[in-house]
Write a protein that binds this ligand. Structure first.
Ligand code: ARG
Length: 768
């Protein structure tokens, strides 16, 4: 008897020690039934696992989209109305603004569908299905398979699996690796590229608190904007056409009108971009003392120069606003991450975890043979990368950062094509058309005067900070031709490059010649930096990356073997995930408690007409003074934001926060300052997910902006109403036939976002 009790106790201790906390983890919807459902029910979920994820019948997942490849959105009406964050729609909003009709500043709502505004290049991806393909990808591969051979086989199989799933262009698909190359999953999507702007609050609501409040709680930002997805009349995805009709999602989220209470179940469904929770201490060390300080320094300078231009001209402000916001977002992120790593002694925690791992591997000969050198290999790889890391950071954050240079970088595919020498008229026309479209957008947001200054400053920093032996050759010419005068050099590049002028660029495209492109000073500079990178820096980094990839794979495999009872979740990698937890307050520091929600009162308290970040629209103050909250208030207050302990990261922006009945209660839009290390380690005490309350969203649309007709389009539900239970067939539509994607993959992608995104894509970093 005693023995039995003891065994049970021991089992409990072991289980609680090893089981992942409910709030931690970004889970794959496909595995929820097996891994999480029981736990979720205990916490208050009332839905079945099939109501969350099902490929044959409508389920929650059908209401979630990846928005533009960098954010999340959710359907909230049967006519394709889509909700996301203001900062996700920011580019679309700014692009649809002019100084005369400034919807970014003033806000705007479509009163009819005809008024909805189109957005070139914007798309949403809707998951059709996901599938575990680990067996197929790793078939026949053993620990003895030479690494190069493994890499080759894995790459080929990933490609052929995803090619087959595309079904001749019907779908967008890819295979992603999980657990550092220990597992592989296939994802298949429908891509819809007619996504129209339906409305936005003014920036003074959508970005209230600006960069000061960014990454902070308590928060009062109404961070939402609204779109509508359109499809061809036959139900297929299609690019913009007047003939298109509103998309009919298989499921849309009903909206909860009941109060959100502390301890309520909450689930966040979305596309988290990137976490590196398995990263060893040596990797963190490199980020803390090498990468982050450089990024902070370079961004600070770039932002200051951009701000000068923005303050000087309202038109330039609109042009640069979106890019500025995204650079400053991660500028502050890197600062917070560095502070957090120090404050939370993250490196010490990693060190003790790694010590335990090493003790475990060394206790058994087989384990030692397999995993024994994983950590020392990881450490050696980072040590090797440190010598080249600075060059890589300065390449993306300095050399290729100016608008003009990142634009020149986009001409690489055309350059490669022309260089092949076998020019085919049809193919060339197709390429040129892509560039003409890209140019329209680029020059609309190009501010040459500030960009030229940025070029001069950043190149000077590159020249001074990067080890001379690693400089691109063109920096040597500089010392002779310009005698180290960076401004003169910049003036030369910007006055002579045809890329700096829309008219000249289009003249070039009318008759593209390799010689002209090669001789262009902006293009030439970019090529020189790239060539240097490809020939002298990348091979070194790749060499260490290969050993790092192998060692990380073994380390993660070993960790999982070491903790057989722990349910592991994979790092975020821009695939659909679900996280669950509860509405919960926190204590940021000794003696201070942060409530789990904020109200309109806080907006009145923060109001400062002299500070653009804290201006409050008069109408909003009027509603506040009259306490005119309509059906959206509660106990005489209007709630604005709330926090949960859901596990999220960048890319989750715009994700729905869903209650236990499958109803929308808010929109995730940020993380909190005390947990800026969250992408590296999950700290249950501090990590919170910051959300805008759905009733604030509805209040702003209805009472503030007079767009109640859109609220009427939604499905509002009240607790206790029997018709409010999850109804996956709210809007079951059959999609028949093939779907055509007019921009097949493989074609040159002309990217929509600012140079940030482009370079990030190249260097495989994450997007905000
Ligand atoms: N920190 C937010 C995120 O990464 C973005 C907020 C954008 N706002 C801003 N002030 N830059 O999702």
């Amino acid at each position: 008897m005693l023995k039995k009790v003891y065994t049970i106790l021991l089992a409990l201790v072991v289980a609680s020690g090893f089981t992942a906390r409910a709030d931690e983890g970004m889970w794959l919807p496909l595995l929820v039934k097996r891994l999480n459902h029981v736990d979720m029910q205990k916490q208050g979920l009332q839905l079945t696992a099939e109501e969350i994820y099902n490929v044959n019948n409508a389920s929650l997942k059908d209401a979630i989209v990846q928005f533009g490849g960098f954010c999340t959105g959710e359907f909230i009406s049967k006519e394709g109305l889509l909700l996301t964050n203001h900062h996700c729609g920011y580019d679309a909003i700014a692009n649809n603004s002019t100084p005369e009709d400034n919807i970014l500043k003033n806000g705007w709502w479509a009163m009819t569908k005809e008024q909805e505004k189109k957005n070139d290049g914007l798309f949403v991806d809707i998951l059709v299905r996901m599938e575990d393909v680990t067996g197929q990808v790793l078939q026949g591969i053993t620990p003895q398979t030479p690494e190069q051979e493994r890499t080759k086989l894995v790459g080929e199989r990933m490609k052929s699996l995803s090619d087959a799933a595309k079904n001749n262009g019907q779908y967008v698909s890819y295979v992603r690796d999980f657990f550092n190359g220990n597992e592989y999953y296939l994802f298949v999507y429908d891509r819809f590229s007619d996504v129209r702007l339906v409305g936005t609050p003014p920036e003074s609501i959508g970005k209230f608190g600006g960069d000061t409040d960014n990454w902070m709680w308590p928060r009062h930002t109404g961070d939402f904007s609204m779109f509508r997805v359109y499809m061809a009349p036959d139900g297929k995805p299609a690019t913009y056409s007047e003939k298109n009709v509103p998309y009919r999602p298989k499921h849309h989220l009903p909206i909860s009108m009941s109060p959100v209470k502390e301890g309520d179940f909450s689930m966040v469904f979305g596309f988290p971009g990137r976490t590196t929770r398995f990263m060893a201490g040596s990797g963190l060390g490199m980020a803390v003392d090498q990468s982050n300080p450089m990024r902070i320094k370079l961004r600070e300078r770039r932002l200051a120069l951009m701000k000068e231009a923005m303050d000087a001209s309202p038109a330039d402000r609109l042009k640069l606003a979106s890019n500025y916001a995204s650079i400053s977002n991660y500028y502050k992120y890197f600062i917070g991450q560095n502070e957090g790593i120090k404050r939370m002694k993250t490196l010490d925690k990693k060190a003790s975890e790694e010590k335990a791992f090493q003790t475990w591997t060394d206790a058994d000969a087989n384990r030692k043979a397999l995993y024994g050198s994983a950590l020392s290999d990881i450490n050696a790889s980072y040590a090797g990368q440190r010598d080249y890391n600075l060059s890589a950071i300065y390449r993306s954050e300095a050399a290729l950062a100016p608008q003009l240079i990142s634009h020149a970088y986009q001409y690489t595919p055309l350059y490669n094509y022309l260089k092949e020498g076998k020019v085919d008229k049809t193919k060339l026309d197709q390429l040129v058309k892509g560039y003409q479209d890209m140019n329209k957008e680029f020059y609309a947001n190009y501010v040459p005067s500030s960009d030229q200054k940025i070029f001069a400053e950043l190149m000077k920093m590159y020249y001074t900070d990067v080890p001379k032996a690693q400089h691109a050759a063109i920096f040597k010419d500089l010392t002779t031709t310009y005698k180290g005068d960076f401004r003169k050099w910049a003036a030369d590049v910007y006055s002579k490059s045809f890329l700096a002028s829309e008219a000249k660029a289009n003249a070039f495209l009318a008759n593209p010649s390799l010689k002209t492109l090669e001789a262009d000073p902006a293009f030439k500079f970019m090529r020189n930096v790239q060539t240097n990178y490809q020939e002298n820096i990348m091979p070194k980094l790749n060499e260490y990356n290969a050993s790092l990839a192998r060692a990380n794979r073994l380390y993660v495999a070993g960790l999982r073997e070491m903790n057989p009872n722990k349910v592991f979740y994979p790092d975020a990698n821009s695939t659909l995930r679900l996280s669950y937890g509860t509405v919960k307050d926190y204590e940021p520091r000794d003696g201070v408690n942060y409530k789990y929600y904020t109200t309109l009162q806080g907006i009145a308290e923060k109001e400062d007409p002299s500070n653009p970040e804290f201006v409050v629209p008069a109408k909003l103050m009027e509603l506040y003074n009259k306490k005119d909250y309509g059906r959206y208030g509660q106990d005489g207050e209007l709630r604005v934001g709330f926090i949960t302990n859901n596990d999220i990261t960048g890319g989750n922006s715009g994700s729905p926060v869903i209650n236990g009945r499958g109803e929308l209660i808010g929109l995730a839009f940020d993380g909190n300052w005390e947990a800026m290390t969250g992408d590296l380690v999950f700290d249950p005490e501090y990590k919170r997910c910051i959300n805008v309350d759905i009733k604030y969203v509805l209040f702003i649309m209805d009472k503030f902006a007079g767009a109640g007709h859109l609220v009427n389009e939604m499905t509002l539900v009240d607790k206790g109403n029997p018709n409010t239970t999850f109804n996956p067939s709210i809007n079951d539509v059959k999609m028949d036939g093939k779907m055509e994607i007019e921009t097949p993959e493989g074609e040159i992608k002309i990217k929509k976002k600012g140079n940030e995104t482009k370079i990030k894509k190249e260097t495989k970093k994450q997007k905000s």
